[in-house]
Design a protein around this ligand. Structure first.
Ligand code: KG4
Ligand code: ZN
Length: 347
């Protein structure tokens, strides 16, 4: 149970958030739901391997976690006694990476006698929309969340902070993987998503039509797209070894166009089936200019109300972990010291 009840005592609530589920070590401090510090240490080491190497990720988390948490507290200008709770990512994610954050949060909880607030990483991507900032409009419940990252692709009906229902998800690759794997086939470095986005700005999206998968309901599939890009390019490169280099902009634009169409088709179906037209996006891929433009176009037409978070809250960060921790704290949902990290975690 929380040591200090916010009702009995009207002091501000400070929550420390820790995120270590993949390849970013992050810590943040929120005061009454508002950010007062937000630190992320990216791991450059994975670039040369073309993807995240789990062993290297957990080692880098071990090196980063103390300075990152220390910097978050220093930037917030608070001492540990002020903290009401420690929020941390319980899962899903890479087990070795999660273990570093979970163990560290538990140690701090014991040392400082502060409650633990375990957080579901994907729910945090959704609730990142509630990080309070001046002039930011918060989505009203219920809304639809499209969570698109390197590890997940989901459409979720969000009824309340802790009442969510997955309407559809990927049956194979996540959308970020579809971007990164397509980029890898074209010889681009990891993570290729932002590069495809950059080249796509100057390309013709209709030059190379790639097939869209036929998947029932609101579920997604991206592995077929990757295979069709691979076969297409193998054939073209045989005819002309410089094909990719000469067409990188049109190829990127066409790949991005196909991926965005797949996402938008399913979102339109979700809006039709639920009657909810408030759409909030989250996850690293929501930085993509194609998806942003497609959503904003719907908003301009007066069809949807669209919520796109600031870039720093779309990729992995600890402020989103802390905001979930803050709402859990308000509801007295604290965690036990014997909990373990979960690579897979139910929604
Ligand atoms: O949420 P995130 O930072 O990490 C997790 O996977 O949890 O998402 C990273 C993913 C990578 O696949 C990266 O290529 C993709 O987001 N990404 C993008 C863009 N920026 C990041 N994909 C397409 N366009 C972008 N602008
Ligand atoms: Zn994430």
């Amino acid at each position: 149970m929380p040591q200090k009840s916010p009702v009995e005592n009207k002091e501000s609530i400070y929550i420390l958030g820790i995120e270590s589920s993949c390849d970013d070590t992050a810590a943040a401090v929120l005061k009454d739901g508002k950010i007062i510090s937000n630190i992320v240490a990216n791991q450059k080491i994975h670039e040369e391997y073309g993807g995240v190497v789990p062993e290297l990720a957990s080692r880098a988390h071990q090196q980063n976690i103390v300075p990152v948490v220390d910097m978050a507290l220093k930037k917030a200008g608070i001492s540990p006694e002020k903290l009401s709770g420690i929020a941390f990512t319980e899962g899903p994610g890479l087990l070795g990476s999660l273990l570093v954050g979970v163990s560290f949060a538990k140690s701090l909880s014991m040392a400082w006698n502060i409650p633990l607030l375990p957080v579901h990483h994907m729910k945090a991507h959704i609730l990142a929309h509630f990080i309070e900032e001046d002039s930011m409009k918060l989505p009203e419940f219920p809304f639809l969340a499209l969570t698109i990252s390197g590890g997940h692709t989901q459409i979720v009906r969000v009824n309340d902070y802790f009442d969510m229902e997955v309407l559809g998800e990927t049956l194979d690759d996540a959308v970020g993987e579809a971007f990164d794997k397509s980029a890898k086939i074209m010889g681009l470095p990891y993570p290729g998503g932002p590069l495809i986005d950059k080249y796509a700005q100057k390309g013709d999206p209709k030059r190379f039509p790639f097939p869209k998968p036929k998947v029932a309901g609101m579920n997604f599939s991206f592995s077929g797209l990757k295979t069709s890009i691979l076969y297409f390019l193998q054939k073209k490169v045989k005819e002309n070894p410089d094909f990719i280099k000469e067409n990188i902009e049109d190829l990127s634009a066409s790949i991005q166009y196909t991926i965005i169409n797949i996402l938008m088709d399913k979102l339109k179906l979700a809006v039709k089936e639920t009657g909810i037209n408030r759409i909030a996006i989250g996850g690293g891929v929501s930085a993509n200019s194609g998806i942003r433009n497609a959503l904003l176009e719907q908003q301009e037409k007066g069809n949807w109300e669209v919520y796109i978070p600031k870039f720093e809250f779309t990729t992995d960060n600890a402020a989103m972990i802390a905001i979930v921790g803050y709402h859990k704290y308000l509801q007295g949902q604290t965690g036990r010291l014997d909990l373990v990290p979960k690579a897979r975690m139910k929604f």
